[in-house]
Design a protein around this ligand. Structure first.
Ligand code: APR
Length: 260
């Protein structure tokens, strides 16, 4: 990753300060500094353990009890239940508190944006959350804690306490549809934005990966902050290859210093 370029930050800060509506899209890259690995980066989950991708398939989860047992064990030990927000999360919360961030669409399921001070009403968890569990038969949603305690106590495939159906973390698996209302809300925010910040995402997973294009078609400026190349680098108005936390922290300081 490159060092933060203060001239670029100054430009971005002017764009943020003068925008009517800023929307941010975050990916796993904003949580790596908290100790949660991303998926496709050099130390990513898929990069280091390609077979693990099967654990994120809805079809495998529904049909293979061994997959469900493995998923529950991994969920039990997921670092997201033990770590806290990092400066990237806090910088985005500060941007919102400065009135400079309208909506934060996150692909992350760790809840760290809210833990870092972002208003939950302005955060769209487009791929769901690990902090809740849903029944795949009756749609009942419950906090994840008590279900994970059942797993800790030896229940390897905890069923719904109402209907006995299979349960799963309330996260979107491959082969599973996104919540239409959340997707519509994200789309509407992007259609109304004039500055779109794509932060810490490889921008390859659809339909979320279409949001930057929607922003461009709506006439917005597109800024990509990511350690590695993304499909949007050639059409973005700015591409920053620096560390997310350092970039966002410096950006917020510069926005705060902007003339009112
Ligand atoms: N600073 C800058 N960039 C970083 C940093 C950092 N500190 N840490 C990681 N990155 C970059 C990586 O280089 C990578 O390109 O963040 C990007 C994260 O990309 P992915 O691992 O593909 O994560 P994401 O884009 O969020 O994945 C989207 O795919 O696996 C599914 O549902 C899952 O929500 C996830 C979706």
């Amino acid at each position: 990753m490159e060092p933060v370029d203060l001239d670029v930050i100054a430009t971005l800060a002017r764009w943020v300060a003068s925008a009517e509506q800023v929307v941010a899209l975050t990916g796993a890259g904003v949580s790596t500094a908290s100790g949660i690995p991303d998926f496709r980066g050099p130390q990513g989950v898929w990069t280091t353990e390609p077979a693990a991708e099967r654990l994120f398939s809805l079809e495998a989860y529904l049909t293979d009890p061994d997959v469900r047992r493995e998923v529950w064990q991994r969920r039990l030990h997921n670092p997201a239940f033990r770590v806290g927000p990092n400066p990237a999360h806090r910088a985005l919360a500060e941007l919102e508190h400065l009135g400079r961030l309208h909506t934060l669409v996150t692909q992350n399921v760790d809840g760290l944006h809210q833990a870092g001070g972002s208003d939950p009403d302005r955060v769209i968890e487009i791929h769901g959350t690990i902090h809740e569990v849903e029944c795949l038969s009756c749609d009942r949603r419950v906090p994840a804690g008590p279900v994970l305690e059942r797993v800790r106590q030896g229940d390897r495939d905890p069923r719904c306490e109402v209907c006995g159906g299979l349960q799963k973390s309330a996260t979107v698996s491959f082969g599973q549809s996104l919540d239409p209302a959340r997707l519509q809300r994200a789309h509407d925010a992007v259609m109304g934005c004039d500055l779109f910040l794509a932060l810490g995402s490889s921008l390859v997973v659809h339909p979320v990966a279409l949001l930057p294009r929607t922003a461009l078609e709506a006439g917005a400026r597109l800024v990509v902050v990511n350690a590695e190349p993304t499909p949007y680098d050639d059409v973005a108005h700015a591409v920053v290859r620096s560390d997310i936390a350092a970039t966002l922290t410096t950006l917020v300081e510069s926005v705060r210093a902007q003339p009112v």
